[in-house]
Ligand binder design. Structure first.
Ligand SMILES: Nc1ncnc2c1ncn2[C@@H]1O[C@H](COP(=O)(O)OP(=O)(O)O)[C@@H](O)[C@H]1O
Ligand SMILES: [Mg+2]
Length: 302
């Protein structure tokens, strides 16, 4: 992995939201949803981002997609800073960077049929025309495990897993290089989660894709990620290779998160650390900077 180029370089990213304004419209309080996050993703790599709900994972994803302007810091994609670009400058990146979200019901336009849904991004970016485009959509549909007969059906006629396959086909229709996957399997039945993850992995090697894979727990993310970053309170508290993170977690929050998986294993019940019990250490976690403690293993400890 070390030979491939850095495709995504997140540099001290900050995204604050206003929590209140005074009479002159000035912010009186801000919520630091993302508060100085840095990491890099190499081409072909999957970087997992984990952490409890509200830790800032989706906000990082939305900044990478430039759905948000940043409060501070910068995101470089293939060496180019995205932060200051307007819609015109962003257009090529709106093709090269795609997304898959948790709930296809809110991310898909329900009044469009499958052909329209998948060909819409192709139209916007001028990829194929007429019959050729329809053929490309049909081929893509088959590639994600659906059938040509499904072209004229609507989202409500499919199961949750099938709808997510449609979102994946739509995201891949413009041949992206990088896909932000924000909890793509969290809303799916456990029985189909592994199928969708395996498919994402197959598509990754077939198309040379780079992934940011966001999840709120560590169970599936270990399998798919090369490296994992753990977010807590808008900051990264630990970054390491997936296996290293599981075998040798160093930050107390990472340990707590891991033990919330072990919770389901009755033999290990006594080792469980309650996530709620971690909240007292929040301030310390928010202050400490990431330091490299062994090659590629970074942790924020005082
Ligand atoms: N558009 C927004 N406006 C205001 N606050 C937001 C917005 N999006 C997220 N937040 C807040 O930012 C924090 C991080 O949210 P989010 O990135 O969605 O976390 P996660 O994906 O880890 O659950 C939360 O406190 C959330 O309420
Ligand atoms: Mg989220």
């Amino acid at each position: 992995m070390s030979e491939s180029k850095v495709l995504v370089d997140v540099n001290n990213l900050q995204k604050h939201f206003s929590k209140g304004k005074d009479m002159r419209g000035r912010d009186t309080a801000v919520l630091k949803a993302v508060d100085g996050v840095s990491f890099q993703i190499r081409q072909g790599e999957t970087f997992g981002l984990v952490g409890e709900s509200g830790s800032g994972k989706s906000t990082v994803g939305r900044c990478l997609l430039r759905l948000y302007d940043y409060t501070g810091g910068e995101v470089f994609f293939d060496g180019q800073p995205l932060g200051k670009l307007g819609e015109k400058g962003l257009k090529p990146f709106r093709r090269r960077i795609q997304s898959i979200f948790q709930d296809p019901y809110s991310s898909l336009n329900l009044s469009l049929n499958v052909l329209e849904l998948i060909s819409e991004p192709m139209k916007i970016h001028g990829i194929y025309k007429g019959e050729e485009r329809k053929e490309a959509v049909a081929a893509l549909l088959e590639r994600v495990g659906l059938k040509r007969e499904h072209l004229y059906r609507f989202p409500h006629e499919f199961s949750g897993g099938q709808r997510q396959r449609i979102s994946i086909a739509r995201a891949l229709s413009v041949r992206p290089e990088f896909v932000v996957c924000d909890e793509p399997i969290s809303a799916l039945d456990v029985s189909v989660q592994a199928q969708v993850v395996n498919m994402l992995e197959d598509l990754q090697s077939e198309f040379g894709l780079t992934y940011l894979f966001i999840a709120h727990d560590l169970s599936m993310v270990r399998h798919i990620s090369d490296r994992i970053g753990v977010m807590y309170g808008g900051r990264l508290v630990e970054v390491a290779d997936s296996d290293e993170l599981y075998d040798n977690p160093l930050h107390p929050y990472t340990k707590a998160l891991l033990s919330s998986i072990l919770e389901t294993d009755p033999r290990k019940g006594s080792q469980r650390i309650r996530l709620e019990g971690y909240s007292g250490e929040r301030e310390a976690a928010a202050q400490a900077m990431l330091r490299e403690v062994s090659p590629g293993h970074y942790v924020a400890l005082d």
